[in-house]
Design a protein around this ligand. Sequence first.
Ligand code: IPE
Ligand code: IPE
Ligand code: MG
Length: 242
Amino acid sequence: MFGIKKKQEKKTKITADDSLRHIAFIMDGNGRWAKGKGMPREFGHKKGAETMKNIVKYCGSININCVTVYAFSTENWKRPENEVNAIMELLGQYIDYLYTVMEKDNIQVHFLGDKSRFTPELRARLERAESDSSKYSKILNVALNYGGRDEIVHAVNKLIEQGKENITEADIEANLYTSHCPPPDLIVRTAGEIRTSNFLLWQGAYSELYFTDVLWPDFSESDVDKAVEAFYRRTRRFGAVV
Ligand code: IPE
Ligand code: IPE
Ligand code: MG
């Protein structure tokens, strides 16, 4: 079970143990949050990026050593050009931010997804951030131009290139974008949609799923606590009898 540490007189702080090594977030609802405020969708993405910084930091502080955030899907290119451009600009700002925290917060960043769709400049920056942070140890995966189907096809094509004939599950796993980390124990989706939208199709086979109506820009530390508490109330069986 997880520990509850007394911090102050009344406040308790959740800490995760080895059964919750990896938490993943489908950060949804930026557009609706902005609309509710009579603002353009881009405004929601800006606030969503701030939320992402706070939530990643908080997860580290409660001992979760691997965090994945779904930032942009292979299908999100269908959105209006100005929205896509605004998200790409925020991404550039986020890379700068990462350099200000990676050492202090011990963050090793990975960008999951097909980077070939980005401009050569952006791609180089993404790759540089990955190599510059490789000496740190808390894993942060930012899924960008990420699709679960695309990832599996990409893995299979890599195996074909290697001349493999009898492909095993282990072969596929070793060639997924997430080969450096365990599968997610808990996948959280905000904003009320009850679907996974092409996120971690392979890795999520036995993940616990948690859905909340809270829109991503409003998602707070106490919402993380609620998801983690719900996770610890689940019984994971992995197909066995427990
Ligand atoms: C999630 O928020 C961010 C991305 C998919 C890039 P949305 O932009 O999907 O927000 P809603 O679902 O339209 O409210
Ligand atoms: C999923 O959200 C993708 C991200 C959070 C990056 P979407 O808003 O794209 O998903 P759908 O369209 O509601 O399924
Ligand atoms: Mg959405």
